[in-house]
Design a protein around this ligand. Structure first.
Ligand code: FE
Ligand code: FE
Ligand code: ZN
Ligand code: FE
Length: 199
């Protein structure tokens, strides 16, 4: 019985040794082997906060690149202006985020946000596929989807900042949250009073 267990143990370590030597295409498996995954995995609320801050930093920077395309595509002058104003506001938000990073002793950096990539891609699709009133109203809808994403992120982030005792970060994130809510309200007003009225 004991010999059998030892035989199984030897077979197991041979299998492990083979697996260690074979290259694995999954980068996570590679990291795990090198023992680096444990170190890179997020564990604490502070990790979650820092990661999500990098996510929204990436998103705001992606929007700086995407908003001019939306402004160009918009035919209605108020909608065009809304996109242009929001570009200026987004740049301001990035400066505030720089200060948030600083307040928690980290350097400002982004980490790919798949959600914003998807939302921007969807918006660019509309620009290709729609025109006239359809394009105008769908652009507003797409912009509102983006504002809602941002509102969700900043709402979460500022509460985490508070729990973590990062009061300065809490205040600055609340300031951005208010800007996003105002931007969303402006889009709603535009949709209801300007764009959706039958010609
Ligand atoms: Fe923003
Ligand atoms: Fe994201
Ligand atoms: Zn609060
Ligand atoms: Fe926004």
């Amino acid at each position: 019985m004991r010999a059998e267990r030892q035989r199984q143990k030897r077979a197991h370590s041979r299998r492990c040794e083979r697996a260690r030597q074979e290259p694995n295409p999954d980068p996570l498996v590679e990291l795990h082997r090198k023992g680096e995954l444990e170190n890179s995995a997020m564990k604490t609320l502070k990790d979650a906060f820092h990661h999500t801050l990098k996510d929204i930093y990436y998103a705001e920077n992606a929007l700086v690149k995407a908003l001019p395309k939306a402004a160009k595509a918009a035919g209605h002058k108020d909608l065009k202006k809304a996109f242009e104003d929001h570009l200026a506001e987004t740049k301001e938000q990035i400066k505030i985020l720089d200060k948030v990073f600083k307040s928690i002793g980290e350097k400002p950096e982004g980490e790919k946000c798949d959600a914003i990539e998807g939302l921007i891609k969807e918006t660019e699709g509309l620009i290709d596929e729609a025109e006239g009133v359809a394009l105008e109203v769908m652009l507003v809808g797409a912009a509102q989807a983006i504002e809602h994403y941002e509102i969700a992120r900043y709402g979460t982030l500022r509460e985490w900042a508070k729990i973590l005792g990062e009061d300065q970060a809490h205040d600055m994130l609340s300031q951005i949250l208010d800007m996003e809510k105002a931007a969303n309200a402006k889009l709603t007003a535009l949709a209801v009073h300007e764009l959706n009225e039958p010609a």
